[in-house]
Each structure stands twice: as structure tokens, then as C-alpha cells.
Design a protein around this ligand. Structure first.
Ligand SMILES: Cc1cc2nc3c(=O)[nH]c(=O)nc-3n(C[C@H](O)[C@H](O)[C@H](O)COP(=O)(O)O)c2cc1C
Length: 218
């Protein structure tokens, strides 16, 4: 698989078939992903890979919180700026409309159930949790994004799929109970990893026309 194909076939998969992912495959991907660039070569990320019993525990404990109507932990960062300006607001609602196609707009329970699938990792047998040192700034968070995209593309090369998930920051203390990060780390996001369920239909989320996001000069 070349890089174009890896980029084109990566999508946020929200239905996995549960087939376990061999440890050596995850280790190969994460070893290769360490070549991701970072300003000053800080490599400011720290990743916890969770499978098996610890992942089952995490899913169970989080499901209990969700079922109890627990709104989640105090947020440690803002997922989206308040009052998203145009064109970002429209892009976000277009993506949500595509994602929740088939669920009526006023069916809050069905929407909530779809969101709650985040905390079951959409059935994935593996997850990673990406933390950064609290002292890091915007540039290092961008580094973490490059690292995570590198991981996701390498997963494609292994026939695997993924879904990056800021949703895990909502129940970050439960993640922390399982992975025991040092206090100096802050959870950026989780990522579900596994083999896509071939029976599940998957929306291909549209992108803005290139002219909206790229300007060529010269
Ligand atoms: C940092 C980050 C966090 C995300 N968090 C979530 C999440 O919590 N739950 C989810 O279902 N998708 C999440 N996504 C996936 C995006 O919704 C998805 O990438 C976007 O809608 C484009 O769709 P595509 O990746 O399938 O092309 C996240 C993506 C990124 C990059």
C-alpha cells in the first residue's frame, strides 16, 4: 500500500469486528511511527496501548458512568472554540449530518447511544491513549497530531483501521485509573484500533473543496 492509498483509505471507523490485533503488529506500527517529526525533536507524546483485560475493565467502568448519566470529568482542554465561526461551524454540522444519517434530528436517545459507542471503542479490541506533558503548548499538540496521523497511516498498511477519539477526555479519570499516568501528563485523545467490520456501512465524510483550504502562489 502506498502513502496515497493509506491516506485515501483511512477514515474514522466506528464499527470493528473484534478480531484481536497481534501485539507485534502494534509494536511494529508504534516503532515505525516514532519517525514522526516534532519541533526540536521533542517527541512530546506518551502513548499507552491498552488491550485485553485492562481494556475490558476500562470499557466496563466507563459504561457504568455513562449508564448513570455521569456528564464526565472537568475538561482539561477545550475541544472546539466556543461559537465556532463560519466556515467551521457549517463543516462541523455537515460532518455530523453525514455521521448521524438515519437518526432523526430529534431522536436524542439514538444520538446519545451513537455517541456512547465511543466508550466501547466501537467494539475495537485495542486502544491507545495519547498524553502530553502539561507544560507543552500549541506547537507540541500539533506534533502529537502528526504522530497520531502517522500511526493511523501505518495501521492502514497493516490492514487495520482506527478512530481517533477526543471523547475519551470526557471520562479521563477512568482512563487514568487504568493506565496510571504521572500527574504531569494530560490526555489529548484515545484511538480505537482494530479490523473494520465489513458488514457495517461507513460514511465517507466529505472534505471542503481544495480552493477553500489551499492557496497556491507563484
Ligand atoms: C483529534 C481528533 C479527535 C476525534 N475525536 C472523535 C471522537 O471522539 N469520536 C468520533 O467518533 N470521532 C472522532 N474523530 C473523528 C472525526 O470525526 C473524523 O476524522 C472526521 O469527521 C472526518 O471523518 P473521516 O476521518 O472518516 O474522514 C476525531 C478526529 C480527530 C482528528
Amino acid at each position: 500500500m502506498d502513502v496515497y492509498e493509506a491516506v485515501a483509505t483511512r477514515r474514522a471507523v466506528r464499527a470493528f469486528d473484534g478480531t484481536p490485533v497481534p501485539h507485534e503488529v502494534l509494536a511494529r506500527v508504534l516503532r515505525a511511527a516514532s519517525r514522526a517529526p516534532s519541533g526540536g525533536n521533542l517527541q512530546p507524546w506518551h502513548v499507552y496501548v491498552v488491550t485485553g483485560e485492562p481494556l475490558a475493565q476500562l470499557k466496563k467502568r466507563t459504561a457504568e458512568r455513562v449508564a448513570a448519566g455521569d456528564p464526565g470529568d472537568e475538561r482539561e482542554y477545550t475541544m472546539y472554540p466556543p461559537d465556532l465561526p463560519s466556515p467551521y461551524r457549517e463543516r462541523r454540522s455537515a460532518a455530523a449530518a453525514q455521521r448521524y444519517r438515519g437518526i432523526a434530528r430529534d431522536d436524542a436517545a439514538a444520538r446519545q447511544a451513537a455517541v456512547a459507542r465511543n466508550w466501547d471503542c466501537f467494539g475495537a479490541p485495542a486502544a491507545l491513549f495519547c498524553y502530553l506533558d502539561r507544560t507543552m503548548g500549541a506547537a507540541q499538540w500539533a506534533d502529537a497530531g502528526m504522530y497520531l496521523q502517522t500511526v493511523m497511516l501505518l495501521l492502514r498498511a497493516e490492514g487495520l483501521d482506527s478512530c481517533p477519539q477526543m471523547a475519551w477526555s470526557v471520562y479521563r479519570t477512568t482512563v487514568a485509573e487504568v493506565v496510571s499516568p504521572p500527574e504531569r501528563l494530560i490526555l489529548f485523545c484515545g484511538m480505537s484500533i482494530g479490523y473494520a467490520d465489513p458488514a457495517a456501512s461507513q460514511e465517507r465524510i466529505e472534505r471542503a473543496p481544495m480552493a477553500e483550504t489551499v492557496t497556491f502562489l507563484g
